[in-house]
Write a protein that binds this ligand. Sequence first.
Ligand SMILES: [Fe+2]
Ligand SMILES: [Fe+2]
Length: 157
Amino acid sequence: MSIYDAIKADHAHHRELLARIADTSGDSAERQSAWQEFFYDVKSHAAAEEETFYSKLMSKTWGQDSARHSVEEHAEMDDLMEELNGMDMSSPGWLNKFNTLKHDYEHHMDEEEDEVFGRAREVIPEDEIEGYGQRFKARKAKELGLVDEKRADSLED
Ligand SMILES: [Fe+2]
Ligand SMILES: [Fe+2]
C-alpha cells in the first residue's frame, strides 16, 4: 500500500469516529470510548505522518511550505485535543469545542488529500517514496506506545 493510501485509510477511520462522537451525548461510555480511540489514533497518525511523509516532503524545496503548514495544524489540533481532555465531557462547552475540532480536522484531512498529496506527487519521485506506506504503519504502531510518555514529557515543560 502506498503511503498516500495508508494515510487515506486512517482518515476514513477518523472521519467515521468524528461522526460517531458527534452522535453521542454527555459523559456516556460510548463517547468516552470513541474519544479515546480517536485521540490515540490521531496522535499516533500525526506523529507518524511527520516522521515519514512530512520529513520527506520537507526535504524538497517546493514541498516545505506545504509541510510546515500541515505540521502547524497538527500542533493546533493537539492543543484543542488537550483542552478537550481537560474538560468535563457532559458540559455544553465540551461539545462546542469538539465541533470546532471536528470542523478543523476534517478541513485538515481534506487539505492533505487534495492539496498536499498533489504537491507531494509533483515533487517526490515515486521510487523515492516506495515502501513508505509500510514505514508509516510501523512508525504509527511505535508512536501509539509513546503517546502517554510524550504527553507527560510535554506537560512538564
Ligand atoms: Fe495530518
Ligand atoms: Fe493525516
